[in-house]
Design a protein around this ligand. Structure first.
Ligand SMILES: [Zn+2]
Ligand SMILES: [Zn+2]
Length: 238
């Protein structure tokens, strides 16, 4: 974008801090007050659940995806950001979130090998009702930053009860067999995007289907992951 176009756009639509909505400079993504308090997932991280290793309690629980990467801990201002994302898909907000996601992905995995970016789908009915799928909004920005094509490789064929209302033990049963793959699947190394990782049940089920139809590796990328002490009050499940 030309500098004067950027300045003009900024005059009408100033860039705002992702966490507190305060107006910030056009080349920044968060304000100076929020910057030191953002709960980034500190490395080294567990590749099974995406959590900082010292916080991980997953005991290397195996999932169908090969690696999980989460940019943030699901706490404080990050909860507000994800709540807002469910209400509207603002391009500025998703672009800033995607920058955090891609930077974590590049530090922890071989992002250059990826062949396609996809996302956890909603049923057609749910998507009509909400008018957007927040995971798809994030995936589009992530794909643009990586220079990797974004494709709707999955579809959700049955509606499910909201994961957040269910006990942890019932969550994997709730999503069993609800996803299908849009064939043909030609890509082998796939990045699967969602907003939040809690038990990993939904991402597992999606990755399982992709592998059934020929994917070799599936990397699960989320904006945030719950750290064990906060699993109980997760707003949604991935
Ligand atoms: Zn702020
Ligand atoms: Zn873990």
């Amino acid at each position: 974008m030309r500098p004067w176009v950027k300045r003009l756009l900024y005059a009408f639509f100033p860039r705002r801090c992702l966490y507190c909505d305060r107006v910030i400079a056009p080349d920044e993504s968060l304000c100076e007050d929020c910057a030191p308090t953002v709960p980034r997932m500190e490395e080294p991280c567990c590749k099974h659940c995406g959590c900082t290793k010292s916080l991980c309690r997953c005991k290397k629980h195996r999932h169908a995806f090969d690696t999980a990467v989460a940019a943030m801990r699901y706490e404080g201002p990050v909860k507000q950001v994800l709540l807002r994302l469910k209400q509207e898909c603002d391009d500025d907000v998703t672009a800033t979130m995607a920058e955090e996601m891609v930077s974590a992905l590049r530090r922890r995995t071989d992002a250059a090998a990826l062949e396609a970016v996809t996302f956890v789908p909603m049923t057609a009915r749910d998507e009509r009702r909400r008018e957007f799928n927040q995971s798809e909004c994030l995936a589009r920005e992530v794909g643009a930053l990586l220079g990797v094509p974004v494709k709707p490789l999955l579809r959700k064929i049955y509606p499910t009860a909201p994961q957040k209302g269910l006990p942890m033990m019932e969550r994997s049963g709730n999503v069993l067999g609800v996803f299908d793959v849009n064939l043909p699947l030609t890509e082998k190394k796939i990045l699967l995007v969602d907003d939040l990782f809690t038990t990993g049940a939904t991402l597992h089920e999606c990755a399982k289907m992709l592998k059934l139809y020929g994917a070799e590796t599936v990397t699960a990328l989320t904006f945030a992951a719950t750290v064990p002490s906060e699993k109980q009050d997760a707003e949604s499940d991935s």
